[in-house]
Design a binder for this molecule. Structure first.
Ligand code: ZN
Length: 247
């Protein structure tokens, strides 16, 4: 007989199933993204009710079944209720969850992604860094964790690490002064380039430690907009609402 497993994870999404039950998508450190059935999670007073809401982070006892896991119990460390209770925060939160759901896979280590989600939610709640910058950092670091991201440390045309001043999505990264001519590239200021390099190279724990001038943030947003278009072949549903509140 299979035994229950304890995993550390976060609820990425949940939906009703049957009369009283729920199906949840969990991002776990140990098993990557998994789908699980939560019996009775929609019954008022059921212990799993709050634990199976999006954003809930903690440990879950799950039991492997034929097609899906079943959540037996959960011990939630952070529900991120302040995030879900604030319109702008919730819009960012749901977008981050959907982004993670897109990239996460079953049977892969989900630790880094989980850590990034947790830190990013903390950064949104903390409010010291503009939400738009948190989004830029989050999107780029997700691409880095997933292993496919642009080159920001050298010119993608000639390999030079000097005079980097442009970004081209068709070249998949930075371009130096002499290679920008004739290519469709956006100009990158030294501050924007340094910030992109910093996000790629810095461990998650140190990511939300800086802020940038508004004009640099605009450059970063433009670059990440192109990157997400290029690396994500799906329009996130949560983006419609986020773009509406984020004017
Ligand atoms: Zn070059």
């Amino acid at each position: 007989m299979a035994e229950s497993i304890e995993v550390t994870g976060m609820v990425l999404a949940s939906g009703p199933i049957g009369e009283y039950d729920k199906r949840v998508v969990l991002l776990t450190k140990e098993l990557g993204k998994i789908s699980a059935f939560a019996r009775g999670a929609r019954k008022p007073g059921n212990a799993l009710m709050a634990a199976c809401e999006s954003f809930a982070f903690g440990t879950f006892m799950i039991y492997p079944g034929k097609n899906s896991y079943t959540v037996e119990k959960a011990s939630i460390k952070n529900y991120f209720r302040e995030l879900a209770g604030d319109l702008e925060g919730a819009c960012y939160g749901y977008y981050f969850l959907e982004f993670a759901d897109y990239f996460a896979r079953e049977n892969e280590d989900g630790g880094s992604m989980l850590n990034l989600l947790y830190s990013s939610f903390k950064a949104i709640l903390d409010g010291r860094i503009p939400n738009k910058l948190v989004r830029v950092v989050y999107e780029l670091k997700q691409l880095v964790i997933n292993g496919e991201y642009p080159e920001f440390f050298c010119c993608t045309a000639c390999g030079s690490t000097e005079g980097l001043c442009g970004f081209s999505i068709s070249s998949n990264g930075a371009l130096c002064h002499s290679c920008t001519g004739g290519r469709r590239a956006v100009t990158l200021s030294p501050a924007a380039l340094y910030t992109l390099q910093f996000i790629v190279a810095t461990p998650i724990a140190g990511l939300y430690s800086f802020t940038v001038k508004p004009e640099v943030l605009s450059e970063l947003i433009e670059v990440m907009h192109m990157c997400v278009d290029n690396y994500v072949d799906k329009r996130m549903k949560s983006l419609d609402m986020l773009e509406l509140v984020d004017k």
